[in-house]
Design a binder for this molecule. Structure first.
Ligand SMILES: [Cu+2]
Length: 309
């Protein structure tokens, strides 16, 4: 899916924020031009031509009223406009139960669709035109969710859940990132917000709800056996295999995701093999260790993971 043009608001929340930004920017421009214009005029008009100081004026009440009231009115206007934008961009969440839970990890996003039990990572699907209440938590340090086209940023703070309405009004893929420095791979903690028409979103959710059948032969079966015997299974959940750890992204439908390593690599069989061979090469410091797999093991694991659609 093509990436949307950046900086074009795709939600009522972002619409309000962009609008306030433009209005304030225009007023700042007017003030800048007025002040520099007056100063330039004074410099030229009153530059010294041997005629001494210009006439000095003290206590001009009318002027003083103007330069007190005009800025005051502007500041009041900015204040009210900001309050309005805050109300529109972050509508009340109390009394609503969240539709989605997003947990920040060093350095990836765990995504739960609470009404269906689907768990995924990094690619975050939203239905267009259906306001989604998202709860944000952290598994370790402070992270910050930021997809500029979709509205405000929100912090993910350990022990202090936050909530935010996300209400995408145009289909498309929107790129975002963690906006709070959170350690070595902070720069590779990207978000792909994928907004789909409700029918498409429902179809996607249905697909994610069904557990892919386990392979019964060939390299894919060998890969499944390796996955269960290597440490993979103690960090990653694949539905149907038993344990459900969350130290690493849920891989139940890994082959349907667009990227690996929170945006670090596009999800192709070749990149998947390179990632498994040495994740530290792509994200030095990532919590996934280099397990020193042989090429044979990598090929079998890739064959298995590619069946997880
Ligand atoms: Cu982060």
């Amino acid at each position: 899916m093509p990436i949307n043009t950046p900086f074009i608001a795709a939600s009522p929340q972002e619409q309000a924020i962009s609008h306030l930004f433009i209005v304030v920017l225009c007023w700042m421009g007017v003030i800048l031009l007025t002040v520099t214009g007056l100063v330039t005029y004074a410099i030229i008009r009153y530059r010294k031509k041997g005629e001494g100081e210009p006439r000095q004026i003290f206590g001009n009440t009318r002027l003083e009223w103007i330069w007190t009231l005009l800025p005051l009115a502007l500041v009041c206007y900015f204040f009210v406009a900001t309050l309005h934008t805050m109300a529109v961009s972050d509508p009340p969440t109390r009394g609503h139960s969240p539709d989605m839970l997003i947990i920040g990890h060093q350095w990836w996003w765990e995504v739960h669709y609470l009404k269906s039990g689907v768990v995924t990572a990094n690619d975050v699907h939203f239905p267009v035109g259906v306001p989604t209440l998202v709860e944000f938590k952290s598994a370790d340090v402070i992270h910050d969710w930021w997809v500029p086209e979709l509205g405000p940023k929100i912090d993910l703070i350990p022990g202090h859940p936050n909530k935010l309405w996300i209400d995408v009004d145009k289909p498309g893929t929107y790129l975002g990132t963690c906006a709070q420095f959170c350690g070595a791979e902070h720069a590779w903690m990207r978000i792909r917000a994928i907004a789909q028409e409700p029918a498409q979103f429902d179809a996607w959710l249905k697909e994610q709800e069904t557990i892919p059948p386990q392979p019964t032969s060939g390299p894919a079966l060998a890969g499944l056996k390796l996955f269960k015997s290597l440490p993979c299974i103690s960090c990653h959940t694949i539905e149907g295999l038993g344990p459900t750890p969350d130290a690493g992204p849920n891989l139940t439908h890994i082959a349907t995701r667009e990227t690996l390593g929170a945006g670090r690599l596009m999800n192709t069989p070749k990149n998947l093999a390179a990632w498994l061979k040495d994740p530290q090469k792509f994200k030095p410091g990532t919590q996934m260790p280099n397990l020193r797999l042989t090429n044979q093991q990598v090929n079998d694991l890739v064959a298995y993971l590619e069946t997880l659609r």
